[in-house]
Design a protein around this ligand. Structure first.
Ligand code: FES
Length: 105
């Protein structure tokens, strides 16, 4: 069973950018690669804890600002070294102008 949590108004996330949102004890990178596309991944890089939500978003790839690993924001897959393990990704839903993330219980 997942719980749906509102994380942002769509206007809070520029197209082609990511922001950091806090949901309970989690820190998520909410990414908007295109006007109507939102993806949420953990904000903590699996290499050394870098803040992914502060990285550059290019298409569906976000670059960790600490050592430059790339992750696919759609799946959380680690695409380049030095990261080798994926980050968690979370389903998102847009209702009206609000973005929700579905979190596992
Ligand atoms: S902490 Fe992200 S690449 Fe090192």
């Amino acid at each position: 069973m997942a719980s749906r949590v509102r994380v942002a108004h769509i206007s809070e996330v520029e197209i082609g950018k990511a922001i950091v949102v806090h949901v309970g004890s989690r820190r998520l990178a909410l990414c908007r690669p295109a006007a109507d596309e939102f993806y949420a991944i953990d904000d903590v890089c699996t290499h050394d804890g870098g803040p992914l939500g502060e990285g550059e978003l290019c298409g569906y790839e976000i670059e960790c600002p600490r050592h430059g690993a790339h992750f696919d924001v759609r799946t959380g897959e680690a695409l380049t070294l030095p990261a080798t393990r994926p980050v968690h990704s979370y389903p998102t839903v847009v209702e009206g102008n609000e973005v929700f993330v579905e979190l596992p219980e």
